[in-house]
Design a binder for this molecule. Structure first.
Ligand code: PLP
Length: 394
Protein backbone atom coordinates (compact mmCIF):
# COMPACT_ATOMS: atom_id res chain seq x y z
CA UNK A 1 0.00 0.00 0.00
CA UNK A 2 1.18 3.50 -0.83
CA UNK A 3 2.18 5.54 2.19
CA UNK A 4 1.69 9.27 1.83
CA UNK A 5 3.64 11.83 3.83
CA UNK A 6 2.17 12.63 7.22
CA UNK A 7 1.79 16.27 6.24
CA UNK A 8 -1.01 15.42 3.83
CA UNK A 9 -2.86 13.36 6.41
CA UNK A 10 -4.24 16.48 8.06
CA UNK A 11 -4.89 18.29 4.81
CA UNK A 12 -8.51 19.20 4.10
CA UNK A 13 -9.34 20.02 0.49
CA UNK A 14 -10.69 23.51 -0.20
CA UNK A 15 -14.40 23.47 0.68
CA UNK A 16 -15.13 26.36 -1.64
CA UNK A 17 -13.61 24.61 -4.64
CA UNK A 18 -15.41 21.40 -3.64
CA UNK A 19 -18.86 23.01 -3.57
CA UNK A 20 -18.22 24.71 -6.91
CA UNK A 21 -17.24 21.37 -8.41
CA UNK A 22 -20.33 19.65 -6.95
CA UNK A 23 -22.64 22.34 -8.32
CA UNK A 24 -21.03 22.05 -11.77
CA UNK A 25 -21.47 18.30 -11.67
CA UNK A 26 -25.17 18.59 -10.83
CA UNK A 27 -25.60 21.14 -13.60
CA UNK A 28 -23.91 18.79 -16.06
CA UNK A 29 -26.47 16.15 -15.06
CA UNK A 30 -29.18 18.57 -16.19
CA UNK A 31 -30.17 19.89 -12.76
CA UNK A 32 -31.09 23.56 -12.63
CA UNK A 33 -28.59 24.43 -9.91
CA UNK A 34 -27.62 28.01 -9.11
CA UNK A 35 -24.08 28.14 -7.78
CA UNK A 36 -23.35 30.77 -5.15
CA UNK A 37 -20.11 29.10 -4.19
CA UNK A 38 -17.85 30.85 -6.65
CA UNK A 39 -14.82 32.70 -5.44
CA UNK A 40 -14.26 34.43 -8.74
CA UNK A 41 -15.76 37.36 -10.64
CA UNK A 42 -18.25 36.28 -13.31
CA UNK A 43 -16.88 38.74 -15.90
CA UNK A 44 -14.50 37.91 -18.69
CA UNK A 45 -10.98 39.31 -18.48
CA UNK A 46 -10.96 42.76 -20.17
CA UNK A 47 -10.08 42.46 -23.85
CA UNK A 48 -6.98 44.66 -23.84
CA UNK A 49 -5.43 42.32 -21.26
CA UNK A 50 -6.15 39.24 -23.36
CA UNK A 51 -4.76 41.04 -26.43
CA UNK A 52 -1.52 41.80 -24.59
CA UNK A 53 -1.05 38.12 -23.75
CA UNK A 54 -1.68 37.09 -27.36
CA UNK A 55 0.71 39.76 -28.62
CA UNK A 56 3.43 38.61 -26.23
CA UNK A 57 3.10 35.02 -27.44
CA UNK A 58 3.18 36.08 -31.10
CA UNK A 59 6.32 38.05 -30.38
CA UNK A 60 7.99 34.97 -28.93
CA UNK A 61 7.73 35.69 -25.20
CA UNK A 62 6.97 32.07 -24.42
CA UNK A 63 10.11 31.21 -22.45
CA UNK A 64 11.19 31.31 -18.82
CA UNK A 65 11.40 34.66 -17.07
CA UNK A 66 13.38 35.47 -13.91
CA UNK A 67 11.93 33.44 -11.00
CA UNK A 68 10.66 36.51 -9.20
CA UNK A 69 8.91 37.80 -12.30
CA UNK A 70 9.63 40.18 -15.17
CA UNK A 71 11.32 43.41 -14.06
CA UNK A 72 8.85 45.34 -16.30
CA UNK A 73 5.97 43.81 -14.37
CA UNK A 74 7.60 44.49 -11.01
CA UNK A 75 7.92 48.12 -12.11
CA UNK A 76 4.20 48.26 -12.85
CA UNK A 77 3.42 46.71 -9.47
CA UNK A 78 5.69 49.25 -7.76
CA UNK A 79 3.90 52.04 -9.63
CA UNK A 80 0.52 50.64 -8.58
CA UNK A 81 1.59 50.50 -4.93
CA UNK A 82 2.79 54.10 -5.19
CA UNK A 83 -0.41 55.39 -6.80
CA UNK A 84 -2.91 53.40 -4.73
CA UNK A 85 -1.18 53.15 -1.37
CA UNK A 86 1.47 55.87 -1.53
CA UNK A 87 4.05 53.17 -0.79
CA UNK A 88 7.55 53.00 -2.26
CA UNK A 89 9.00 49.56 -2.96
CA UNK A 90 12.21 48.72 -4.78
CA UNK A 91 12.16 45.87 -7.28
CA UNK A 92 14.01 43.59 -4.83
CA UNK A 93 11.11 44.09 -2.41
CA UNK A 94 8.57 42.65 -4.86
CA UNK A 95 8.01 39.11 -6.12
CA UNK A 96 5.51 38.10 -8.78
CA UNK A 97 3.88 34.80 -7.82
CA UNK A 98 1.63 32.22 -9.45
CA UNK A 99 -1.49 33.76 -7.89
CA UNK A 100 -1.80 35.35 -4.45
CA UNK A 101 -2.46 31.89 -3.05
CA UNK A 102 0.94 30.60 -4.06
CA UNK A 103 2.50 33.83 -2.83
CA UNK A 104 1.05 33.10 0.61
CA UNK A 105 2.14 29.49 0.41
CA UNK A 106 5.70 30.49 -0.41
CA UNK A 107 5.71 33.14 2.30
CA UNK A 108 4.76 30.64 5.02
CA UNK A 109 7.38 28.21 3.73
CA UNK A 110 10.19 30.74 4.11
CA UNK A 111 8.90 32.21 7.37
CA UNK A 112 7.89 29.37 9.63
CA UNK A 113 9.83 26.85 11.63
CA UNK A 114 8.20 23.84 13.23
CA UNK A 115 5.87 25.06 15.98
CA UNK A 116 5.87 28.74 15.04
CA UNK A 117 2.48 30.33 15.52
CA UNK A 118 0.47 32.42 13.09
CA UNK A 119 -2.55 34.28 14.41
CA UNK A 120 -5.53 33.87 12.12
CA UNK A 121 -8.76 35.81 12.66
CA UNK A 122 -12.00 33.84 12.41
CA UNK A 123 -13.87 33.74 10.05
CA UNK A 124 -10.85 32.99 7.89
CA UNK A 125 -10.21 32.22 4.25
CA UNK A 126 -10.03 28.44 4.05
CA UNK A 127 -6.44 28.20 2.82
CA UNK A 128 -4.70 30.11 5.63
CA UNK A 129 -4.74 27.36 8.27
CA UNK A 130 -3.82 24.65 5.78
CA UNK A 131 -0.91 26.63 4.38
CA UNK A 132 0.40 27.43 7.86
CA UNK A 133 0.21 23.76 8.81
CA UNK A 134 1.91 22.67 5.59
CA UNK A 135 4.84 24.90 6.58
CA UNK A 136 5.03 23.24 10.01
CA UNK A 137 3.39 26.16 11.78
CA UNK A 138 0.48 26.24 14.19
CA UNK A 139 -2.57 28.33 13.43
CA UNK A 140 -3.81 30.25 16.48
CA UNK A 141 -7.33 31.52 16.07
CA UNK A 142 -8.87 34.71 17.32
CA UNK A 143 -12.58 35.11 16.84
CA UNK A 144 -13.96 38.17 15.09
CA UNK A 145 -17.41 38.43 16.60
CA UNK A 146 -20.52 39.20 14.58
CA UNK A 147 -21.42 42.03 16.97
CA UNK A 148 -18.07 43.60 16.13
CA UNK A 149 -18.71 43.14 12.39
CA UNK A 150 -16.46 40.05 12.48
CA UNK A 151 -13.42 42.19 13.22
CA UNK A 152 -10.87 41.37 15.86
CA UNK A 153 -9.90 43.90 18.55
CA UNK A 154 -6.38 44.83 19.70
CA UNK A 155 -7.14 43.30 23.12
CA UNK A 156 -8.10 39.99 21.52
CA UNK A 157 -4.95 40.04 19.43
CA UNK A 158 -2.73 40.80 22.41
CA UNK A 159 -4.21 37.88 24.35
CA UNK A 160 -3.10 35.41 21.69
CA UNK A 161 0.52 36.50 21.47
CA UNK A 162 3.06 34.00 22.82
CA UNK A 163 6.83 33.73 22.44
CA UNK A 164 6.13 31.46 19.46
CA UNK A 165 4.02 33.99 17.57
CA UNK A 166 5.60 34.89 14.27
CA UNK A 167 2.89 36.63 12.32
CA UNK A 168 -0.72 37.70 12.11
CA UNK A 169 -2.91 37.66 9.02
CA UNK A 170 -5.10 40.61 8.15
CA UNK A 171 -7.48 40.17 5.25
CA UNK A 172 -9.37 43.36 4.44
CA UNK A 173 -11.78 43.34 2.66
CA UNK A 174 -12.40 39.91 4.09
CA UNK A 175 -13.30 36.65 2.47
CA UNK A 176 -15.81 35.40 3.67
CA UNK A 177 -17.39 38.33 5.59
CA UNK A 178 -16.77 41.31 3.28
CA UNK A 179 -15.74 43.38 6.28
CA UNK A 180 -13.26 46.23 5.86
CA UNK A 181 -11.00 47.50 8.63
CA UNK A 182 -10.87 51.27 9.08
CA UNK A 183 -7.67 53.26 9.37
CA UNK A 184 -8.14 53.61 13.16
CA UNK A 185 -8.79 49.91 13.65
CA UNK A 186 -5.70 49.00 11.66
CA UNK A 187 -3.60 51.51 13.58
CA UNK A 188 -4.68 49.94 16.88
CA UNK A 189 -3.93 46.41 15.64
CA UNK A 190 -0.66 47.62 14.17
CA UNK A 191 0.42 49.00 17.56
CA UNK A 192 0.02 45.53 19.09
CA UNK A 193 2.06 44.02 16.25
CA UNK A 194 4.86 46.56 16.68
CA UNK A 195 4.93 46.13 20.47
CA UNK A 196 5.30 42.37 20.05
CA UNK A 197 7.48 42.26 16.94
CA UNK A 198 4.84 40.43 14.90
CA UNK A 199 5.06 40.28 11.16
CA UNK A 200 1.82 41.35 9.46
CA UNK A 201 0.63 39.45 6.44
CA UNK A 202 -1.81 41.80 4.75
CA UNK A 203 -3.93 39.98 2.18
CA UNK A 204 -5.38 42.77 0.05
CA UNK A 205 -6.67 40.70 -2.84
CA UNK A 206 -10.16 42.33 -2.61
CA UNK A 207 -8.74 45.85 -2.43
CA UNK A 208 -10.62 47.10 -5.49
CA UNK A 209 -14.00 45.76 -4.42
CA UNK A 210 -15.14 48.34 -1.88
CA UNK A 211 -18.66 49.70 -1.43
CA UNK A 212 -20.56 52.58 0.10
CA UNK A 213 -18.30 54.93 2.00
CA UNK A 214 -15.79 52.28 3.01
CA UNK A 215 -12.16 52.87 2.09
CA UNK A 216 -9.41 50.33 1.54
CA UNK A 217 -6.41 51.01 3.73
CA UNK A 218 -3.25 48.95 3.68
CA UNK A 219 -1.80 48.66 7.17
CA UNK A 220 1.62 49.19 5.55
CA UNK A 221 0.72 52.77 4.65
CA UNK A 222 0.12 53.82 8.26
CA UNK A 223 3.78 54.27 9.20
CA UNK A 224 7.30 53.44 8.09
CA UNK A 225 7.63 50.95 10.98
CA UNK A 226 4.43 49.18 9.98
CA UNK A 227 5.56 49.05 6.36
CA UNK A 228 8.78 47.31 7.50
CA UNK A 229 6.78 44.73 9.46
CA UNK A 230 4.24 44.03 6.70
CA UNK A 231 4.20 41.77 3.69
CA UNK A 232 1.45 42.82 1.30
CA UNK A 233 -0.18 40.07 -0.72
CA UNK A 234 -2.26 41.08 -3.71
CA UNK A 235 -2.87 40.25 -7.36
CA UNK A 236 -5.11 40.65 -10.35
CA UNK A 237 -7.46 37.68 -9.83
CA UNK A 238 -10.32 39.60 -8.27
CA UNK A 239 -9.56 43.17 -9.39
CA UNK A 240 -9.20 42.43 -13.10
CA UNK A 241 -11.22 39.22 -13.29
CA UNK A 242 -8.08 37.20 -13.98
CA UNK A 243 -8.46 34.20 -11.67
CA UNK A 244 -7.32 31.68 -14.27
CA UNK A 245 -4.19 33.59 -15.24
CA UNK A 246 -2.59 32.88 -11.85
CA UNK A 247 -0.69 36.08 -11.20
CA UNK A 248 -0.25 37.65 -7.78
CA UNK A 249 2.52 39.38 -5.92
CA UNK A 250 4.07 39.96 -2.53
CA UNK A 251 5.75 43.19 -1.43
CA UNK A 252 7.82 43.51 1.72
CA UNK A 253 11.24 43.21 3.31
CA UNK A 254 13.93 42.34 0.73
CA UNK A 255 15.25 39.45 2.83
CA UNK A 256 11.84 37.77 2.83
CA UNK A 257 11.30 38.48 -0.86
CA UNK A 258 14.71 37.04 -1.74
CA UNK A 259 13.99 33.85 0.18
CA UNK A 260 10.62 33.55 -1.55
CA UNK A 261 12.30 34.09 -4.92
CA UNK A 262 14.92 31.43 -4.18
CA UNK A 263 12.17 29.01 -3.21
CA UNK A 264 10.20 29.85 -6.36
CA UNK A 265 13.32 29.10 -8.41
CA UNK A 266 13.02 25.50 -7.22
CA UNK A 267 9.24 25.20 -7.31
CA UNK A 268 7.42 27.21 -9.99
CA UNK A 269 10.53 28.53 -11.82
CA UNK A 270 8.43 31.54 -12.76
CA UNK A 271 4.79 32.59 -13.11
CA UNK A 272 3.46 31.86 -16.61
CA UNK A 273 5.14 34.22 -19.03
CA UNK A 274 2.19 35.38 -21.21
CA UNK A 275 0.15 35.89 -18.04
CA UNK A 276 2.85 38.23 -16.77
CA UNK A 277 2.64 40.24 -19.99
CA UNK A 278 -1.13 40.33 -19.60
CA UNK A 279 -0.69 41.67 -16.08
CA UNK A 280 1.62 44.44 -17.29
CA UNK A 281 -1.28 45.53 -19.52
CA UNK A 282 -3.73 45.14 -16.64
CA UNK A 283 -1.77 47.57 -14.47
CA UNK A 284 -0.50 49.92 -17.18
CA UNK A 285 -3.77 50.21 -19.11
CA UNK A 286 -7.14 51.76 -18.38
CA UNK A 287 -8.71 50.82 -15.05
CA UNK A 288 -12.25 51.51 -16.34
CA UNK A 289 -13.18 47.83 -16.44
CA UNK A 290 -12.15 47.42 -12.79
CA UNK A 291 -14.57 50.17 -11.79
CA UNK A 292 -17.34 48.81 -14.05
CA UNK A 293 -17.10 45.42 -12.35
CA UNK A 294 -17.00 47.00 -8.88
CA UNK A 295 -20.18 48.94 -9.65
CA UNK A 296 -21.94 45.82 -10.86
CA UNK A 297 -21.08 44.01 -7.62
CA UNK A 298 -22.28 46.94 -5.54
CA UNK A 299 -25.57 47.12 -7.42
CA UNK A 300 -26.18 43.42 -6.78
CA UNK A 301 -25.28 43.76 -3.13
CA UNK A 302 -27.76 46.60 -2.65
CA UNK A 303 -30.57 44.53 -4.11
CA UNK A 304 -29.97 41.12 -2.59
CA UNK A 305 -28.77 42.02 0.89
CA UNK A 306 -32.25 43.22 1.87
CA UNK A 307 -33.97 40.24 0.28
CA UNK A 308 -31.71 37.84 2.14
CA UNK A 309 -32.58 39.46 5.46
CA UNK A 310 -36.31 38.96 4.76
CA UNK A 311 -35.88 35.19 5.02
CA UNK A 312 -37.02 33.85 8.42
CA UNK A 313 -34.14 32.66 10.58
CA UNK A 314 -31.49 34.43 8.50
CA UNK A 315 -29.70 37.63 9.42
CA UNK A 316 -26.83 39.20 7.59
CA UNK A 317 -24.79 42.26 8.39
CA UNK A 318 -23.98 44.44 5.42
CA UNK A 319 -20.59 43.81 3.91
CA UNK A 320 -18.45 46.70 2.70
CA UNK A 321 -16.26 44.84 0.25
CA UNK A 322 -15.39 41.65 -1.68
CA UNK A 323 -18.34 39.76 -3.24
CA UNK A 324 -19.67 37.59 -0.45
CA UNK A 325 -22.55 37.66 2.01
CA UNK A 326 -21.98 35.80 5.25
CA UNK A 327 -25.36 35.45 6.97
CA UNK A 328 -26.03 33.81 10.30
CA UNK A 329 -28.36 30.95 9.32
CA UNK A 330 -28.32 28.85 12.47
CA UNK A 331 -31.96 29.52 13.23
CA UNK A 332 -33.07 28.82 9.66
CA UNK A 333 -31.15 25.54 9.76
CA UNK A 334 -32.87 24.45 12.96
CA UNK A 335 -36.28 25.66 11.74
CA UNK A 336 -36.02 23.46 8.67
CA UNK A 337 -35.14 20.39 10.70
CA UNK A 338 -31.42 20.36 10.02
CA UNK A 339 -29.03 19.57 12.84
CA UNK A 340 -26.54 22.20 11.76
CA UNK A 341 -25.60 24.56 8.96
CA UNK A 342 -23.52 21.91 7.17
CA UNK A 343 -26.67 19.88 6.73
CA UNK A 344 -28.67 22.98 5.81
CA UNK A 345 -26.20 23.75 3.00
CA UNK A 346 -26.49 20.16 1.83
CA UNK A 347 -30.30 20.24 1.61
CA UNK A 348 -30.24 23.68 -0.01
CA UNK A 349 -28.24 22.05 -2.77
CA UNK A 350 -30.26 18.86 -3.13
CA UNK A 351 -33.75 20.24 -2.42
CA UNK A 352 -33.64 23.93 -3.34
CA UNK A 353 -30.98 23.67 -6.08
CA UNK A 354 -28.82 26.41 -4.61
CA UNK A 355 -25.14 25.84 -3.86
CA UNK A 356 -23.68 27.77 -0.92
CA UNK A 357 -20.58 27.17 1.18
CA UNK A 358 -21.17 26.25 4.83
CA UNK A 359 -19.35 28.44 7.34
CA UNK A 360 -17.60 25.54 9.05
CA UNK A 361 -14.83 25.69 6.46
CA UNK A 362 -14.20 29.29 7.51
CA UNK A 363 -14.17 28.47 11.23
CA UNK A 364 -17.69 29.89 11.71
CA UNK A 365 -20.18 27.01 11.72
CA UNK A 366 -23.35 29.11 12.28
CA UNK A 367 -22.93 30.94 9.01
CA UNK A 368 -22.86 30.27 5.31
CA UNK A 369 -21.16 32.08 2.47
CA UNK A 370 -23.04 33.25 -0.59
CA UNK A 371 -21.05 34.69 -3.46
CA UNK A 372 -22.74 37.37 -5.54
CA UNK A 373 -20.33 36.91 -8.41
CA UNK A 374 -23.20 35.80 -10.61
CA UNK A 375 -25.94 37.63 -12.53
CA UNK A 376 -28.57 39.59 -10.64
CA UNK A 377 -31.28 37.47 -12.22
CA UNK A 378 -29.67 34.28 -10.91
CA UNK A 379 -29.09 35.85 -7.51
CA UNK A 380 -32.70 36.94 -7.11
CA UNK A 381 -33.88 33.51 -8.15
CA UNK A 382 -31.49 31.81 -5.71
CA UNK A 383 -32.56 33.98 -2.76
CA UNK A 384 -36.19 33.37 -3.62
CA UNK A 385 -35.57 29.60 -3.71
CA UNK A 386 -33.92 29.71 -0.28
CA UNK A 387 -36.81 31.82 1.03
CA UNK A 388 -39.44 29.43 -0.29
CA UNK A 389 -37.52 26.43 1.00
CA UNK A 390 -37.27 27.80 4.53
CA UNK A 391 -40.94 28.81 4.59
CA UNK A 392 -42.07 25.45 3.26
CA UNK A 393 -40.18 23.60 6.00
CA UNK A 394 -40.61 25.94 8.94
N1 PLP B 1 -6.74 35.52 -0.56
C1 PLP B 1 -8.06 35.47 -0.44
C2 PLP B 1 -8.68 36.01 0.80
C3 PLP B 1 -8.85 34.89 -1.43
O1 PLP B 1 -10.18 34.83 -1.29
C4 PLP B 1 -8.22 34.36 -2.58
C5 PLP B 1 -9.00 33.68 -3.64
O2 PLP B 1 -10.04 33.11 -3.42
C6 PLP B 1 -6.84 34.45 -2.67
C7 PLP B 1 -6.13 35.04 -1.64
C8 PLP B 1 -6.07 33.85 -3.82
O3 PLP B 1 -6.15 34.54 -4.99
P1 PLP B 1 -5.35 34.06 -6.27
O4 PLP B 1 -6.37 33.68 -7.29
O5 PLP B 1 -4.56 35.27 -6.71
O6 PLP B 1 -4.47 32.94 -5.91
Amino acid sequence: EIQLASRVGALTPSSTLAITAKAKELKAQGKDVIGLGAGEPDFNTPQHIIDAAVKSMNEGFTKYTPSGGLPELKKEIAAKLKVDQGLEYQLNEIIVTSGAKHGLYTLFQVLLDEGDEVIIPIPYWVSYPEQVKLAGGNPVYVEGLEQNNFKITPEQLKEKVTDKTKAVIINSPSNPTGMVYSREELKALGDVCLENGLLIISDEIYEKLIYGNAEHISIAELSEELKKQTVIINGVSKSHSMTGWRIGYAAGDSKIIKAMTDLASHSTSNPTTPAQYATIAAYAGSQDAVETMRKAFEERLEIIHGKLNEIPGISCIKPQGAFYLFPNVKEAALMTGCKDVDEFAEVLLTEANVAVVPGSGFGAPDYMRLSYATSLEQLEEAISRIHQFVESKA
